[in-house]
Structure formats: C-alpha cells, structure tokens
Design a protein around this ligand. Structure first.
Ligand SMILES: *Cc1c(COP(=O)(O)O)cnc(C)c1O
Length: 450
C-alpha cells in the first residue's frame, strides 16, 4: 500500500496549462474603473510587467516555465501526493482519497507557485520594487520570499488588525527582507484619507489593495502584485494539477471528483484546470469548489461586472461577486474572505462545468481535526474547506456502497494559524448565517457597465 506518490525533479512539468483557449461560452473584457471602457495593455503597464499582461490574455494553450523559475520551484517541487489511508479507515469508506500537499513550500501554502514567476517577470521587465497587500500574511510572506530570489525590494501593506493579531507572518515577511506597514498607513493618499476620517481604523483587504495599487502607480520603478483571482495567477497554479495527473498515473488511478477550497479561486484553478481540460475531451470527471457559508461568493453571489476592490481603483471584471463593499464576518479562514472570484472560475461555474458548495466553519474544523488525527498534517483553516468537501463525498460513497476516487488539494499547513484551533477547542467559534441583507445591500452598488 503506497502512501506517498513522489515525482523526481526532472519529472516536474516544464509548461503551465493555459485554459483560455479551451474556455466554454463567452469571455468578457476587463473594464477600466475610471473610463468604464475595456482596459488596454497600456492601462495595465503602470501596475504589471508586460510578461504578465501578455499571459493575462494569452491564446496559447501551453506556456513554458522559465528556467530561472524552475530552479526556484525545485526547492520544494514537485510537491507530494498522498493516499489518505488512515482517513479512509477512520471514515470506513469504500472511496479512495488522494490529496496533493502544497504546504511543503517555504511559506507553507500554494501561493509561492505564482509569487516566484511574478517576481521573475518583474525582474526581467526592469522592476526594482514590488508593492502588495496581505490580509493574514500568507500572500505577503510568499511574495517577500520570491522577491529575495530576484533581487527585488518588497513593500507589503498588511491589514492593521492582522498586523497586531498575527505577528508571526509579519516576522516571516521581514525575515525575507520585505518592509511591512500596517494598513491604513500614512504612506498613501488612500491611507491618509481613511486615517483622517477615522484614526483608529483597523483596515480591510480592500483598503490595503488600494494602498498597494497607489504605491505602484505613483512610482516608476514599482509594480503591483496580486496573489489570486487574475488569469496569470490561475495559470501559474496549474503546476499543481499537472503534477497531480502524473502522480495519479503512477498510482494507476483517475479521480471521479476533484476538490479545492475557494477564496479568490487560484488553488482551486490550479488543481482543477488540467482535469477540466480532460473533461472537455470527454473524460467523466466532476470538479467541485468549496467555499465558506459566511462568504458565499459562488453559491449566493451574482455573475456580474464588479470592482476588484473596495476603493474602486482596481479593474472591473465579470465574475461571481457579493458586491465590492461586502464585509464578510471574521471567520478564521482569512484567505477565503474575498467578495469576488477569479473570472475564469466564475465563467466555468456559469457554464455549469464547475460545481460549488458552501460549508460552515465549525464543520470545517471538525474535518480538520479528524484529518490531523489520522493523516497527521495540521491543515490551514482555508484548506479544511476542501477536506470537508472530500469527507462528505467519501461518506456519500459509503452510504451508497460505491467505490469512488476523490482528489483534493491541501493548499497549506496551519502552523501559523494555531490561534484558530485554540478558538475551536475553546468553543469560541460560531457559524454565521448566510448574511442575506448585507449581500443584498452591497449588490445594489455594482457598477453599470455596457
Ligand atoms: C490564500 C489561501 C487560500 C485561498 O486562496 P485561493 O486563491 O482561493 O487559492 C487557500 N488556502 C491557503 C492555504 C491560502 O493561503
């Protein structure tokens, strides 16, 4: 009985899979937040290097991973795949459960898969500094680490409440050479305006995005970087699913269902897109995105044009959204609290290719604890949503007496999230009801496009 399925470094994929040429249905342009017209590459150049702008709209199905990026990927990739023998036994399920583990990266999640190429394309473009934002610090630490490899300076605006509550990720960013400012800060017009009106403002991801975008847009040598949602981020993450396909081949298996947790959509896209390509070619495989019930973008949002950020500075895209000023409740899976979703994932949901499901946080922590006590790895609270999804599929297989092969993405470990586990064991967590009135209110503020 094999438990770990490993690839050698020379079996690592040399190309990312770009799903754009294989998308079903109509693709919509990205809209400029000021002019309400489709954006041009020139509009994006103050924010992103040309290499990434090209990938954002590339019609090319396979895109070479640069040699310099492969060299850094090799520090932790190929990542392992596991067969969850102990979890299967505990569930008494006839289903086979496999998981791909992205917590082996230095930052502890899948995010460095895109941080490294983003830093690389900035380097060759001539960028000297990257400005970005972070909520709980997972993205900030990934981009800080990546900037080190390519000699770039890195400025991170960290949501103030997290800056105080989650000091260890701030320490990781500083160790990897980034300068970290609690947001709102006095370094940008956006930050100063908020502080003038409310000196005790604790910040939000939307405000931090506005600060980082302004920093990049107002400094010639600086570009902005985003850790999820965008097409090029989904592209870079496909190395997860491409490796997983090779590993399942070694195991002599193929999944009936592929599962990922969903915040902005990047780790889900990473594991799922290579299998969606098989699905388009006639393979019988389901793909399932699992999100928190307290921030139910895919299951309760609308498929409309909306701003990427609260301050309406980021481009407008057609996506599933709860409204750019929707403030989700403070659940412990901080990485899943975005109001929107990747336009590519959104379109696949709209076309009926991707299934969606919303789960409550206590059920997710129950799943995470069972997972930690059987498979030993301590999952990130975000990843526990995928575990919940996989366990529910396995229990259904048991009920139906059916064999089934389940693959899920374990997007990261929870070593820096132990306060969330403490809160769970102290019975301090609550399941928030679907915030219907708040969503209705924020959905009345969508931009009028077209
Ligand atoms: C950031 C994060 C997520 C959510 O982001 P996606 O872009 O939806 O993948 C999920 N899991 C972990 C561990 C994260 O750090």
């Amino acid at each position: 009985m094999q438990t770990k399925i490993l690839l050698s470094e020379d079996q690592m994929p040399r190309q990312w899979y770009n799903i754009i040429p294989d998308m079903p249905g109509q693709m919509f342009p990205v809209i400029h937040p000021g002019t309400l017209q489709p954006v041009t590459p020139d509009d994006l150049l103050p924010l992103f290097p040309m290499g990434l702008i090209e990938q954002e709209v590339s019609p090319q199905r396979w895109i070479d991973i640069p040699e310099e990026v492969l060299e850094v990927y090799k520090q932790w990739r190929p990542s392992p795949m596991y067969r969850a023998h102990q979890l299967e036994k505990a569930l008494g399920t006839p289903a086979k459960i496999y998981y791909k583990y992205e917590g082996v990266s230095p930052a502890g999640s899948h995010k460095p898969n895109t941080a490294v190429p983003q830093a690389y394309y900035n380097k060759i473009f001539g960028t000297k500094r990257i400005a970005s934002e972070t909520g709980a610090g997972q993205w900030g630490s990934s981009i800080a680490m990546a900037c080190q490899h390519f000699g770039l300076a890195c400025t991170v605006y960290m949501v103030k409440v997290s800056y105080g509550q989650k000091p260890y990720r701030k320490s990781m960013m500083q160790l990897w050479g980034a300068e970290v400012f609690p947001s709102p800060s006095d370094r940008t017009n956006a930050g100063r305006a908020i502080l003038a009106a409310d000196p005790d403002n604790q910040g939000s991801l939307g405000i931090a995005i506005s600060e980082a975008v302004e920093d990049a847009a107002t400094h010639e040598d600086t570009r902005y970087s985003l850790g999820s949602v965008l097409n090029h981020v989904c592209l870079h993450q496909t190395i997860i699913g491409l490796e997983a396909k090779e590993q399942l081949k070694i195991a002599g298996d193929y999944p009936d269902v592929v599962i990922g947790c969903h915040g902005g959509g990047s780790n889900f896209a990473g594991i799922a897109f290579p299998f969606i390509s098989d699905k388009a070619n006639g393979k019988d495989v389901r793909v399932l995105a699992v999100e928190p019930a307290s921030c139910p973008t895919l299951t309760k949002g609308v498929y409309e044009f909306d701003y990427g950020d609260t301050a309406k500075m980021a481009p407008i895209a057609r996506m599933y959204t709860l409204g750019h000023d929707f403030m989700p409740p403070g659940i412990h899976a901080g990485g899943l609290r975005y109001h929107g979703a990747a336009p590519l994932v959104s379109q696949l949901v709209h076309e009926g290719v991707v299934e969606t499901k919303a789960v409550h946080q206590i059920a997710c922590f129950e799943a995470a604890v069972l997972f930690a006590r059987t498979e030993s790895i301590i999952p990130a609270p975000e990843s526990s949503h995928a575990i919940r999804g996989a366990i529910d599929e396995a229990l259904l297989a048991k009920e139906e007496g059916k064999e089934k092969t389940i693959l899920f993405n374990l997007s990261g470990h929870g070593h820096v999230d132990m306060a969330a586990y403490d809160a769970y064991f102290n019975n301090e967590l609550t399941d928030y009801e679907y915030p219907e009135t708040a969503i209705k209110e924020s959905l009345s503020h969508l931009p009028k496009v077209g």
